[in-house]
Ligand binder design. Structure first.
Ligand SMILES: NC(=O)c1ccc[n+]([C@@H]2O[C@H](COP(=O)([O-])OP(=O)(O)OC[C@H]3O[C@@H](n4cnc5c(N)ncnc54)[C@H](OP(=O)(O)O)[C@@H]3O)[C@@H](O)[C@H]2O)c1
Length: 239
């Protein structure tokens, strides 16, 4: 089990899963470094983590990952924040509905950029930090990559690219850095409000008969961060 007190960059730290992961990291004695797009949301989450802990300031960096300069912007912010990054959690990106009949090139470019291209370039930019720290990268992907659902070709394509890219990275950065993926079933379904029966229908498709909780995703994420004999793995949960 690695010693605590590691600086963990959480990308997507304002999302429902990213917030839970950042809070759990702080609670166990690691130092989350928050990243997302919206600086106001980030500032508010950073304050609430600091208030719930020892009061120490929680640093954050922000950029829109669709911006071609996003990785440079994040890296400047990370260097200004001070500490070297020891580990990375990738929990970013939207879940765009892209009906096949109206699928556009922009849908694919946008979604691939946020979910795959920018995260891979960020890991590339942090490779030296991660190597020095014998670090770990854990990314949240989607069970739909291997069991696709409708209306999300762009998203599923992007998550598939992320998974393949990270498995390649696991080989490139071995043995110092470990890179693993969690392929999640559903925690929250953004379309549930439009169709109340949908939740029941989707949940009962899973052998466990229900959606997951952020706490269960936190548990899997921390476990993989600490799994010193795993790399290039894709751990399916809640499928
Ligand atoms: N929730 C689920 O049921 C589920 C299931 C399978 C997989 N996943 C995956 O798990 C991860 C986290 O999911 P979630 O439900 O926590 O997502 P979420 O609540 O929608 O949060 C998404 C996060 O990504 C950031 N983000 C979105 N677009 C961005 C952009 N262009 N540039 C920079 N940051 C951007 C958001 O930042 P801002 O707030 O600053 O915009 C936010 O921090 C995602 O990768 C998702 O695909 C989730």
């Amino acid at each position: 089990m690695p010693a605590r007190g590691r600086t963990v960059l959480v990308v997507g730290a304002t999302g429902r899963l990213g917030v839970a992961i950042a809070k759990a990291l702080a609670a166990r004695g690691d130092r989350p470094l928050l990243a997302a797009r919206d600086p106001e949301k980030l500032a508010s989450i950073a304050r609430s983590i600091a208030e719930g802990g020892d009061g120490a300031r929680v640093p954050f960096v922000h950029a829109d990952l669709t911006d071609p300069g996003a990785v440079d912007t994040l890296m400047r912010g990370i260097r200004d924040a001070g500490p070297r990054v020891d580990d990375v959690v990738l929990a970013c990106g939207p879940f765009p509905r892209t009906p096949f009949a109206t699928l556009r090139r922009d849908d694919l470019v946008h979604t691939l950029t946020v979910h795959a291209i920018a995260p891979l370039l960020l890991a590339h930019a942090l490779a030296e930090d991660l190597t020095l720290a014998k670090g770990s990268v854990v990314a949240l992907s989607d069970a739909g990559v291997t069991r696709p659902f409708t209306n999300h070709v762009a998203y599923l394509t992007a998550k598939g690219a992320l998974q393949t890219g990270l498995r390649a990275l696991a080989v490139e950065l071995a043995p110092e850095v470990r890179v693993n993926v969690i392929a999640l079933g559903i925690v929250a379904d953004p379309e549930a409000d439009d169709d109340p029966l949908r939740t029941h229908r989707l949940a009962t498709r899973s052998p466990l008969g229900r959606f997951g909780t952020p706490e269960e995703v936190v548990h899997a994420t921390l476990s993989l961060l600490d799994a010193t004999w795993s790399t290039g793995e894709i751990w399916g949960i809640g499928r």
